[in-house]
Design a protein around this ligand. Structure first.
Ligand code: KG4
Ligand code: ZN
Length: 337
């Protein structure tokens, strides 16, 4: 099977080719960051329009860079949700039209399941069962993963996603969009103990859910009451990052302890965070738990993970392929359904 993957759920237009024999053959990502930067966040209508502009050249590059032609593709996987409705519609319409013209199956993939599968693109892969921490701009989820398609959500954020908290705190500190990586960079120059920000929902008996809106408010109040100097900004960034990471690490340890699982997977944009990786490495080594993190380009949005997930779904259950030409997307879509 040679699967063309298409990702367009937010502000990246991406296409990739995955072959069950050769593995990942190409991986193309075009980011709309420059378009949205002037607005300080993603403008959904501009995102949809730009996906329309870039989807054909990106798909063409993915196929050419794989050394293939369209006739070699045997299935198409596209992100069906969750995400921005207009952006999703572009990828879904393109994928389904192309599958119809080539007379090959199309399959709609869950974006977070694709993030969850990203470590499977690496040579060192986890084996079931394991705990997964999915951390992106729209989601914060802790899951028990028993097999492909067999997931139990242990906890999720009751308010903001952790990536959203990074982005909003970064914006407050005057950092460019998208804020997460910029805040992480600034944090390297700051003192992570300068401000004792809350570690929300970490007390005993708080379970596996997360809450990040209080932390974001604490950052805001501290910043507005400060002299707003560069020194203070770096200290706030470092202290915020420490609080967010401590919270994520604590919940992971809690889930590992409860299940007794010996492997942890982290995925999604925030899993690129250096402090999160370092803290987990350090804590898990002591517990003899193995950590699996995808490489940076597989953490943030990409189509390699979509192509791979589509391949797994079609391989395990060919009936999962779309059965008609209706273009249906799922802007909200729980992963455990
Ligand atoms: O998975 P992703 O690319 O897109 C979504 O599905 O949301 O995640 C994007 C999120 C953004 O909030 C971004 O700021 C955050 O991941 N992010 C980071 C880092 N790199 C990306 N947050 C903290 N540290 C980073 N190094
Ligand atoms: Zn994502």
């Amino acid at each position: 099977m040679i699967v063309l993957g298409i990702e367009s759920s937010c502000d990246e237009t991406a296409a990739a080719v995955f072959s069950h024999e050769k593995g990942l053959m190409s991986n193309e990502v075009y980011s709309q960051v420059a378009i949205h930067a002037q607005y300080g966040g993603v403008v959904p209508e501009l995102a949809s329009r730009d996906h329309i502009r870039k989807i054909t050249p990106i798909v063409d590059s993915a196929i050419i860079n794989a050394g293939l032609s369209l006739a070699d593709i045997t299935a198409i996987a596209y992100t069906k949700g969750p995400g921005l409705i207009g952006a999703l519609m572009v990828g879904a319409a393109y994928a389904k039209s192309l599958s119809y013209s080539l007379q090959i199956p199309a399959i709609g993939v869950h974006h977070m399941e694709a993030h969850l599968m990203a470590p499977m693109l690496e040579t060192d892969q986890p084996s079931f069962p394991y705990i997964a921490l999915l951390v992106s701009g729209g989601h914060t989820m802790l899951m028990a993963v028993y097999g492909f398609g067999d997931y139990k959500v242990l906890g999720e954020s009751v308010d903001d996603a952790v990536g959203e908290a990074f982005d909003k705190s970064a914006k407050l500190l005057g950092l460019p969009y998208p804020g997460g990586p910029h805040l992480a960079k600034l944090a390297e120059q700051g003192d992570s103990t300068a401000f004792n920000f809350p570690r929300p929902m970490t007390a005993k008996n708080t379970g596996f859910d997360f809450s990040f809106s209080g932390l974001k408010t604490a950052v805001r109040n501290t910043y507005l009451a400060s002299d707003q100097s560069d020194r203070v900004k770096a200290d706030i960034a470092a202290s915020f990052q420490a609080a967010a990471v401590d919270t994520l690490v604590l919940k992971c340890l809690r889930a590992l302890e409860k299940t007794g699982f010996k492997q942890l997977v982290i995925a999604g944009g925030v899993s690129a965070n250096k402090r999160l990786r370092e803290q987990l490495h350090h804590r898990l080594r002591l517990l003899n738990v193995q950590l699996f993190c995808p490489r940076h380009e597989f953490c943030t949005d990409n189509a390699a993970m979509v192509a791979y997930t589509g391949y797994r779904r079609l391989h395990e259950n060919p009936c999962d392929a779309d059965t008609d030409l209706t273009i249906k997307v799922m802007p909200r879509w729980p992963i455990s359904l």
